[in-house]
Design a protein around this ligand. Structure first.
Ligand code: ADP
Ligand code: MG
Length: 313
């Protein structure tokens, strides 16, 4: 386990300060719905020609669920998710069609009835941030880039980038494991690996709070690993964040085998575990970015600024 006390000396941001000084201070309340709803985020990105996974079907009400299942019946693979979910909850990754229905990420059989039940649960609000009724939607499944194949199991890795005022602060890649059910969320048991913003290579990694060096399923080294299309993925994160006008955001980007970097979602309250994965605190970087007054800089200048600040801590 990594001792939090020693991390605090290294400028680790805690939950209270995040909420007061960053989430609340940097993010106007009226803008939250843009990122709390994945369908709204997608619409903003599409308007700005930022790649996203296309929507295949959606169910807004219980009466739409039958139609959603029928629309997906002929498809080999897709991902069903709640529009306002978080931490990977309620996400079902479907890998292939079978005679009875589909095969899920963990090799589980899923019948049309199971799928309908899952969509009903989503619509009921079971996975919603607010607990209120939600929208269930299916989108195209993104495919793992071959350069990731050795260090992920059962799903696509994603890149989480914490962004302050348009400047990248810290990044980590999250690698699915056999425990995480095709999802790259740390809460589901995925590996989190901190990434050097300049080189795009992973530096250190954790599962939960335990430091690790190798992927638990593939046995491959997950540290000092060069990530494919890293600089472009960072740009995708910054461009999407710019569209929302939010000041403090966690952007999730997947590098798809064919499409390259694709924006998955944005978070207005990004988690703090990225600091464990990077073995370092966010605070010193956040403070230096604020002092630099980056608002007038263009995207490339902000990218450079983030890299320089990350290098010097
Ligand atoms: N279209 C997709 N194709 C493949 N995997 C996906 C897709 N959407 C989500 N996932 C997997 O599920 C994880 C969580 O998805 P995300 O949209 O970020 O939702 P959450 O808000 O729950 O984190 C991703 O990191 C990824 O591993
Ligand atoms: Mg996410």
């Amino acid at each position: 386990m990594i001792p939090w006390r020693s991390l605090r000396r290294r400028g680790v941001l805690g939950i209270n300060q995040r909420n007061i000084d960053f989430t609340t201070f940097e993010n106007p309340r009226r803008l939250y719905p843009l990122v709390d709803d994945k369908l709204k985020t997608k619409a903003i990105c599409e308007a700005a020609v930022i790649p996203v996974a296309p929507v295949l079907a959606k169910a807004e009400y219980h009466a739409d669920v039958r139609r959603l299942v029928a629309d997906l019946r002929g498809r080999g693979d897709f991902v069903l998710k709640p529009a306002t979910g978080a931490m990977g909850n309620g996400i079902l990754v479907i890998h292939e069609a079978t005679a009875e229905g589909w095969l899920g990420a963990n090799g589980r059989q899923i019948t049309p009835r199971d799928l309908a039940y899952h969509a009903e649960s989503i619509v009921s609000g079971l996975y919603a941030l607010s607990g209120r009724p939600d929208v269930a939607f299916a989108e195209e499944r993104l495919r793992i880039h071959p350069d990731f194949a050795r260090i992920a199991r059962g799903g696509v890795p994603d890149l989480r980038v914490v962004v302050l005022r348009g400047v990248p602060v810290m990044a980590m890649t999250r690698l699915p494991t056999s425990a995480s059910g095709g999802r790259a969320n740390l809460h589901q048991g995925a590996v989190g690996a901190g990434v050097d913003l300049s080189t795009g290579r992973t530096r250190s990694a954790v599962i939960g709070t335990t430091p690790i060096d190798r992927h638990p399923d593939t046995g491959e080294r997950v540290t000092d690993y060069p990530l494919p299309h890293f600089a472009e993925a960072l740009r995708t994160a910054l461009r999407a964040t710019d569209e929302t006008r939010l000041g403090y955001v966690g952007a999730d980007v997947v590098v798809d085998e064919e499409r390259g970097p694709v924006l998955l979602e944005l978070n207005a309250r990004p988690g703090l575990a990225i600091q464990l994965a990077n073995r370092g605190g966010l605070l010193p970087r956040l403070e230096r970015i604020r002092k630099a007054r980056p608002q007038t800089l263009d995207l490339e200048e902000r990218l450079d600024l983030g890299r320089r600040i990350a290098e010097s801590d």
